[in-house]
Design a binder for this molecule. Structure first.
Ligand code: ZN
Length: 419
């Protein structure tokens, strides 16, 4: 068993939310892993828990986390006023280096096989989704074409480290989701397309057994995913100041259209953030946006969305699930951010929820989007009214409204150009 370093798990969870059973389970699982590895602890878990109770009380007093006399040992509600982070993330570079998987360089060629064919890809650019690298590559037989290429982690690591989990979502899970979407006939301009998937062909002779599996070459069996189209992420556009009013309206329309198509087969995205939306510019046609990063998509009830303090929907942060309006809610947060809206510097789920409650109730998010366009403001109001209700999202109405405001804007431009 490979035991992930404890601090690493802790960092990934941010401020552990003790009301969150998932966090508690991870902590217990870690504890038992350590026990298997290092033997029984000197103190029983009951002693440790009793000790923890006292420490928790002291810490609540120190941090003025609500009234400690009431509901003393139970879960506490967030009542913190002056925000001070309790846990500061430590960047652990050593862990990163160890788990780094196959790295490709610009100019190198990667060969990919599935059961029927072999294909070469020329690596042109290295990108990052915020955490992991991926590539822009051209098929060797079609150098003019650009595609996204994602490299997974080596399959021999039976107990994947935490980082490899993210890679697994990026490559294997996303391959599964895109394959299912293809099988269900879900396609459209604003959805990514599965171009190829398979395993890497490594240098030297592959001595894998005929029954399947891998040989002992360190790259053997590494999964690869290739998708189209390619484009600049909203995160990059924002950092370079390329995201304006036109982009905001189009981005909202195009992402909603992608969500609408996917939801017609009950699929939700679950991970909308600036790194997962790209702007595609190709030839003569107008730039448009594509919703990528479908690795965390919700296909069935037991699937869990990605967790992002700023961009996850409120329901996802509270329940670990999505409701009908959740993806739209994440889209609103992303547009708010892309249009220059500020997020507080928080590191806890409770703090984030508190910020949202205040911002929505004072209509700060709507106001910010209203500075960009009235239709975006109206959309934010609609999403606010829908969040946490069982009512389905009405995509058609909003697609029509956004389309109307795009065509008005285009019309205006044509007149301006002809003058
Ligand atoms: Zn091999």
């Amino acid at each position: 068993i490979a035991v992930s370093p404890v601090d690493r798990i802790w960092n990934k969870l941010g401020n552990a939310n003790w009301g969150d059973i998932g966090a508690l389970q991870v902590t217990f699982a870690t504890f038992y892993c350590i026990m298997q590895f290092a033997g029984l602890p000197k103190h029983s878990i009951e002693d440790l828990a009793a000790d923890h109770g006292c420490r928790l009380q002291t810490r609540r007093l120190e941090r003025q986390l609500g009234d400690t006399r009431v509901n003393g040992s139970g879960l506490f509600r967030f009542q913190q006023h002056g925000v001070s982070p309790e846990i500061v993330e430590v960047q652990d570079e050593s862990v990163k280096l160890e788990s780094e998987s196959l790295k490709l360089e610009v100019g190198s060629v990667l060969w990919l096989e599935d059961s029927n064919w072999e294909r070469g890809y020329h690596i042109n650019q290295i990108r990052s989704n915020g955490e992991l690298p991926y590539y822009i590559a051209s098929p060797v037989e079609d150098p003019g074409k650009s595609l996204f290429l994602y490299v997974g982690s080596h399959p021999s690591q039976l107990e994947p480290a935490w980082e490899d989990m993210n890679l697994w979502y990026l490559v294997q899970r996303q391959t599964k989701v895109l394959t299912i979407m293809k099988q269900k006939g879900l396609s459209g301009k604003y959805l990514p397309q599965l171009s190829a998937s398979g395993r890497i062909i490594h240098p030297g002779q592959c001595r894998r057994p005929s029954s399947g599996g891998n040989c002992d070459h360190p790259w053997c069996g590494t999964p690869i995913l290739v998708t189209s189209p390619v484009g600049e992420t909203v995160a990059d556009m924002v950092s370079e100041g390329h995201f304006g009013v036109d982009e905001a309206i189009r981005c909202c329309h195009d992402c909603l259209s992608a969500l609408s198509t996917a939801s017609s087969e009950g699929i939700r995205h679950g991970d909308i953030r600036p790194e997962n939306v790209i702007c595609v510019r190709s030839g003569e046609s107008r730039p448009y946006f594509v919703l990528i990063g479908w690795g965390h998509a919700i296909l069935e009830d037991r699937d869990r969305p990605a967790m992002s303090l700023h961009f996850s929907s409120t329901y996802a942060l509270q329940e670990g699930k999505l409701c009908s309006a959740s993806d739209a809610e994440s889209l609103v947060y992303m547009l708010y951010f892309a249009c220059g809206g500020a997020f507080p510097d928080l590191d806890s789920v409770e703090g984030e929820l508190q910020w949202r409650e205040t911002s929505w109730s004072r209509r700060l998010i709507q106001q910010k989007l209203g500075d960009v366009s009235t239709v975006l403001k109206a959309f934010a109001d609609y999403v606010d009214s829908l969040c946490g209700t069982p009512y389905p999202m009405d995509y058609d109405i909003w697609l029509r409204r956004f389309k109307r405001s795009i065509s008005e804007e285009d019309h205006g431009k044509e007149i301006a150009a002809s003058v």
